[in-house]
Design a protein around this ligand. Structure first.
Ligand SMILES: [Zn+2]
Length: 458
C-alpha cells in the first residue's frame, strides 16, 4: 500500500486539493488500513504531512511567515518531527489576537467553516476549518466509532448539551440523513428536569439505540436518575462513548453497572475534532495519528512515556487555518507498549480536561455546565477565561479574565445571559482575575457547584 497516495495532492496547490478532495468514505477506507501500519510508517507519514503543512503555512499565512522568520525556521529543512520544536507553541491568545493572519490567503471564506469553542479551559476561541478537512474529520470520527461496535446505519442516541454540534444545518437533506442514514436520536442535556428525564427513558425505549454518545456528566446523571428512582425498564445500549468532559472512575463504574455495557472514553476538541479514543482493550486511548501530530511536554521538554505533560497538537490536514504546535491547555500521558487490539496507533491517557458540574437555576432547573461554556461564555465578547461557581441556590460567583475586547458592553451581556439561563432573580458577583489556573493534574474546573442536581430531578 502506498501510504502517501491519498495525500499526494497536498504537494500541489491546496486550492486544487479542495476541488479534487477526497470524500469522507475514501478517507475512512484509508484510516481503516493505516491504523495497523508500523510505528515507523506512521512517523514517516506524519513527517511528510507536517513538512507540507509547514511549507504551505510559510507561503500563505502571514502569521507563520513572520513567526518562522523570527525564529529562523526553514520549513524546507524539516528532516525530523523533532525539528518542529524550534518553533514556539501556538497559544489560544495567539489565535484570538491573530485570527485573520493565521487563515491561509489562498483560501476564500466560502472554502472555510467557522466554528468556536467555549474552550476546555473556559477560553472562548473562534477558528476556521477548511471544507476538505471536515471530510477527513468525519472519517476519523467514524473510524473511532467503529471500535465500539458502531457502524453506518446503527442507531445512536446522542445525550449532548450542544445541538448544533450535530445539526449544523437543519435542512431536509440533513433531516433525512439523521433519520435514515446516521440514525441518531438527539437528547438535549443542556438543561434537564425530572419530566425531561422521564421523556429520555421513553424515547430511548421507543428508539432502541445500540450506542450512546454522551457528555460524560450527562450520561452519569441519567444513570443516577435510573438507579436512584429504582427504574428497571429502560434501554440498555451495547456501548457508551463518553466525551467533552472529564470522566471519573466513579462515573465510569456507575454508568457500566446501570447500562450493563462498556464505556469507551474519548478525547477530542472542536478545534481538531477527535484526538484519541479507547478501543475494546480499554487500555488507554489510541491517538488519531494520521491526522494529528501530538507532543507531550513539561517546561518545553518532551516527557517520557508514563509521565504527564501538556498536550501540543499540530493538525496535519487543516490547510485553511493551520494549527501548528497548538497548546490546547490539557494534560495527558503518552503510553508505551503494544495494545491487545492489534492497532499500532500510539496511545495516551487524558489526565487533565474540563470539569463541569451541573448548575441549578433560580427556577430549580438543572443546566449543564459544559453547555454554558458554549451557550453563555463563548458568545460574550470581552471574556478571555471564565469560571462559574454556584455558592447557593440563588447566588453565583463569576471569575472572569478580561480579553482585549472587554468593555462596559461585556458586563451588560453577562447580565442578560445570567437572566436568560439562570433566571432574573439569580444574584451574582463578578470577580476579575489575572488568570484562572488549572489543578496540578491539568484539570480545569469551569463550573463548580456543591448542590447535588439529583435533588431537583426526582
Ligand atoms: Zn487498542
Amino acid at each position: 500500500m502506498d501510504i502517501f497516495k491519498p495525500f499526494a495532492k497536498y504537494c500541489l496547490d491546496p486550492l486544487l486539493a479542495f476541488h479534487e478532495g477526497s470524500s469522507h468514505p475514501e478517507y475512512l477506507e484509508e484510516y481503516e488500513k493505516t491504523q495497523f501500519m508500523t510505528k515507523e510508517k506512521i512517523a514517516e507519514r506524519q513527517l511528510f504531512l507536517l513538512k507540507n503543512l509547514l511549507i504551505h503555512a510559510y507561503k500563505n499565512c502571514p502569521f507563520y511567515t513572520e513567526r518562522f522568520d523570527t525564529f529562523d525556521f526553514n520549513p524546507y529543512q524539516l528532516n525530523a518531527l523533532s525539528d518542529i520544536k524550534k518553533l514556539p507553541v501556538l497559544t489560544k491568545q495567539d489565535i484570538q489576537q491573530n485570527l485573520e493572519n493565521i487563515i491561509a490567503s489562498n483560501y476564500s471564506m466560502e472554502q472555510l467553516s467557522l466554528n468556536q469553542t467555549g474552550g476546555s479551559t473556559g477560553s472562548p476561541l473562534k477558528f476556521y476549518v477548511d471544507l476538505e478537512r471536515l471530510q477527513s474529520r468525519k472519517a476519523s470520527t467514524y473510524r473511532h466509532d467503529r471500535w465500539t461496535g458502531w457502524d453506518i446505519g446503527v442507531k445512536t442516541a446522542v445525550l449532548w448539551g450542544h445541538q448544533r454540534d450535530f445539526l449544523p444545518q437543519q435542512n431536509w437533506k440533513n433531516k433525512i440523513r439523521d433519520d435514515y442514514y446516521e440514525r441518531k436520536l438527539f437528547l438535549d442535556t443542556s438543561n434537564i428536569s425530572a419530566d425531561k428525564m422521564k421523556s429520555f427513558v421513553s424515547q430511548l425505549i421507543h428508539f432502541q439505540p445500540e450506542i450512546y454518545l454522551a457528555y460524560a456528566n450527562s450520561v452519569y446523571l441519567y444513570a443516577r436518575y435510573l438507579k436512584e428512582n429504582n427504574i428497571t425498564d429502560y434501554n440498555r445500549p451495547h456501548a457508551i462513548i463518553t466525551s467533552a468532559e472529564v470522566l471519573t472512575p466513579v462515573q465510569r463504574t456507575l454508568i457500566e453497572e446501570v447500562f450493563e455495557c462498556k464505556v469507551f472514553n474519548r478525547y477530542g476538541c472542536r478545534e481538531t475534532s477527535i484526538i484519541a479514543s479507547e478501543c475494546s482493550a480499554h487500555n488507554g486511548m489510541h491517538i488519531s495519528s494520521e491526522t494529528l501530530f501530538l507532543e507531550f511536554q513539561n517546561n518545553g521538554e518532551d516527557i517520557a512515556t508514563g509521565e504527564t505533560g501538556k498536550i501540543i497538537i499540530s493538525d496535519l490536514l487543516n490547510y485553511g487555518m493551520p494549527l501548528i504546535r497548538y497548546q490546547i491547555e490539557d494534560a495527558g500521558t503518552p503510553l508505551d507498549g503494544d495494545c491487545l487490539c492489534g492497532r499500532t496507533l500510539p496511545r495516551m491517557d487524558i489526565t487533565g480536561g474540563r470539569i463541569t458540574d451541573f448548575l441549578v437555576t433560580s427556577e430549580r432547573k438543572v443546566i449543564s455546565g459544559a453547555s454554558m461554556t458554549i451557550y453563555f461564555i463563548a458568545v460574550i465578547d470581552g471574556i478571555a477565561q471564565a469560571q462559574i461557581i454556584q455558592n447557593s441556590l440563588d447566588n453565583l460567583t463569576l471569575n472572569i479574565v478580561k480579553s482585549l475586547h472587554f468593555s462596559d458592553k461585556t458586563e451588560i451581556e453577562i447580565k442578560e445571559k445570567i437572566a436568560q439561563y439562570f433566571g432574573v432573580s439569580m444574584k451574582y458577583t463578578i470577580e476579575y482575575k489575572d488568570q484562572i489556573k488549572s489543578t496540578a493534574s491539568g484539570k480545569y474546573r469551569f463550573s463548580i457547584s456543591h448542590i447535588d442536581p439529583m435533588e431537583f430531578l426526582s
